[in-house]
Write a protein that binds this ligand. Structure first.
Ligand SMILES: [Zn+2]
Length: 357
């Protein structure tokens, strides 16, 4: 691997600096014989899609070669670290490929029969199976376990929690004992208090957050990945559910309040990260659009960029552009803090110390 050299304004600190890369690692001291691959622009720590599904396509589970193509699409948009929020197929072979983004797998979604998208997750007949299933996914995944917190209950005709508070407490404690964090898909209001009281680490979507549950998240340090570009699909979910008018009305209401709900969480100091929910209804490679959406609902451009880069990396245990850190970075010709649409046009992408795009 030839050493490389880059020069530019390094974010988030904003200092104009020379950066060398040798053996996949960043060096702030000159490396002899390095080839200059980028000058006069902005260097951003590798972007993070904190809610992505490599292995899911519009029709459901995909073959491994299609999953590779999805990961390549994400990479070419600058996403170099993915928190995969549940995959029906085993994507561990992708983790062995040096040219693909780093993937933190959450294993398989844990749901119940008829209480999630078919074929995507494990369906537990009885909720008493949840703690053991969580232990199994904690062992299979990379430090995260994904629960489906609520979904339409057709017998009720509306969103409803899948799990009782007591089983959640037990299951989340089991995950923590196994060194794994837990997150949950939640659209409505009712599942959130039980998940938070059980000590969940993150909430996905969170459109049903209230002033009380926002306050609780902020106090407990629970993260939120709102997937705003996927919330845009709520009106179509509502339209497709004409047999369930209460559910349709509920989804429409959650959609209407969506931006305000996330804005309140940001304002209350909840840690909010960028996630696209790419896989089913959302295309891969769309992280820049989620960053723009986070800015729309109240994050500064710098905060929104951090939510998809240095802040998210820190949250997931990965470093930024420091001496000795892994060389995962994206280069832009102009300052993305001034114009977030720059994120659509990465000039150079360096992954594990190699220029990949
Ligand atoms: Zn998802």
């Amino acid at each position: 691997m030839t050493p490389i050299h880059l020069r530019g304004v390094v974010l988030p600190d904003g200092e104009h600096r020379d950066v060398w890369v040798d053996g996949g690692v960043i060096s702030l001291r000159p490396v002899p014989g390095a080839t200059t691959v980028f000058e006069d622009g902005y260097l951003v720590p590798g972007l993070v899609d904190a809610h992505c599904h490599v292995g899911i396509g519009p029709e459901g589970p995909v073959q491994l070669d299609e999953a590779v193509a999805q990961a390549e699409t994400d990479r070419d948009a600058g996403t170099l670290l993915i928190r995969d929020c549940g995959a029906p197929i085993d994507t561990r072979p992708l983790q062995e490929r040096e040219d693909l983004p780093r993937i933190i797998r959450a294993g398989r979604h844990l749901a119940k029969p008829k209480r999630y998208i078919p074929h995507l997750g494990e369906q537990l007949e009885d909720e008493t199976e949840l703690p053991a299933a969580v232990a199994e996914q904690a062992a299979y995944g990379d430090g995260w376990v994904k629960l489906v917190g609520d979904w339409i209950d057709r017998s009720v005709g509306d969103l409803a929690p899948l799990w009782s508070d007591s089983v959640l407490s037990e299951a989340i404690a089991v995950a923590h004992e196994h060194g794994a964090k837990v997150t949950a898909h939640v659209f409505g209001e009712d599942a959130i208090p039980g998940l938070l009281r059980a000590g969940i680490d993150c909430i996905e979507h969170g459109t049903g957050l209230t002033d009380e549950t926002v306050e609780l998240m902020s106090r407990q340090g629970t993260a939120l990945v709102p997937t705003l570009i996927n919330i845009e699909n709520f009106p179509s979910f509502a339209k497709a559910a004409s047999k369930y008018p209460d559910y349709a009305a509920h989804m429409t209401d959650l959609y209407r309040k969506g931006d305000t709900t996330v804005a309140k969480a940001i304002e209350a100091g909840v840690e909010v990260y960028a996630g696209t929910d790419a896989g089913g209804g959302i295309k891969h490679g769309t992280l820049s659009e989620e960053v723009l959406a986070l800015h729309r609902v109240g994050m500064s451009t710098e905060q929104a960029l951090g939510a998809a880069s240095w802040s998210a990396r820190r949250w997931l245990g990965w470093s930024g552009l420091e001496d000795g850190a892994v060389a995962d970075l994206v280069c832009y010709d102009a300052d993305p803090r001034k114009d977030l649409t720059m994120l659509r046009h990465p000039r150079r992408i360096v992954l594990r110390g190699t220029v990949v795009a």
